[in-house]
Design a protein around this ligand. Structure first.
Ligand code: PTJ
Length: 252
């Protein structure tokens, strides 16, 4: 569908189109459409912008990944549909591996996601033919690559659905989540939670990498409980804002 740029919710509607397109291509799971809707609702509540607490978390996440021995970025259907190229760029800059890990795993979806990532420039993609299992998970997300997620020390898990974060933590890994919902189990159990939309978070992290590398930016101290408190306060502020004019800060 043609959406005019002048539409007040152009960016949000274009993201929906990307997800729908990804669904038609067989990249996004049926439930991925619903997951996107939940994300949209929380994005609305955090002001549809990158807040200070998210940027602070991103600096720490980038710092941690740059100093990791075997950092891995986990990719599911929604992540691939929304930002395949940016994921590939970030992985290159961080020297991180890209691994496909799906909740609604089918071989057909894995192939389509791998093709899209390869078209976006990914040279090596892990998780296509899993050779290990994450202990403690009874569904398809347990399938992983020994050289990738299984032996990773730091794992970035965007748009996660909960229990894998706990399982990865039980394996002794440092887990970084990108999740618009600060109340989710993922957000609570991760070591660092970036409460932001992935379409803003990944490009911002790409910008941060050279600043951390050149030490123009230092990471300092980090407390994830504080990040989540600030995100919840931001949501509260939105709910208490009376004037609708103040609401859509990003949409002119
Ligand atoms: O591709 P698959 O088979 O691995 O399935 C992926 C989905 C996303 C369907 C699966 O992991 C799932 O059901 O996830 P949940 O439980 O709906 O959790 C997704 C989380 O991501 C929710 O907390 C959403 O608020 C959040 N979310 C949705 N869209 C975005 C987001 N967070 C950041 N950026 C988004 N664009």
């Amino acid at each position: 569908m043609q959406i005019p740029k002048s539409h007040p919710r152009y960016i949000s509607l274009m993201l929906r189109e990307k997800i729908i397109e990804g669904w038609h291509e067989g990249i996004v799971a049926d439930a991925g459409l619903l997951a996107h809707g939940r994300g949209e609702a929380f994005d609305y509540l955090i002001g549809e912008c990158t807040n200070d607490f998210a940027e602070h978390a991103m600096k720490h996440a980038v710092h941690k990944m740059l100093h990791a021995k075997n950092p891995v970025i986990s990719v599911n259907g929604n992540v691939c549909a929304l930002c395949a190229s940016d994921i590939v760029r970030l992985a290159e800059q961080l020297n991180a591996k890209i691994e496909i890990n799906l909740f609604y795993r089918t071989e057909a979806r894995v192939k389509k996601i791998a093709r899209k990532l390869a078209e976006a420039g990914a040279k090596q993609i892990y998780g296509v033919e899993p050779d290990a299992k994450i202990p403690g998970i009874e569904h398809a997300r347990a399938n992983c690559s020994r050289a990738g997620m299984y032996t990773a020390d730091v794992v970035l898990v965007p748009l996660e659905d909960g229990d894998r974060v706990q399982a990865l933590k039980n394996m002794g890994k440092f887990v970084i989540a990108i999740d618009l919902n600060p109340l989710s189990r993922t957000a609570v159990f991760a070591d660092i939670t970036i409460v932001d939309n992935i379409v803003r978070a990944i490009p911002k992290m790409i910008e941060i990498v050279p600043l951390i590398k050149s030490r123009k930016l230092r990471a300092g101290k980090y407390n994830n409980e504080t990040t989540l408190k600030k995100a919840k306060r931001r949501i509260w502020k939105t709910l208490c804002t009376v004037s609708p004019k103040k609401f859509h800060v990003n949409y002119k």
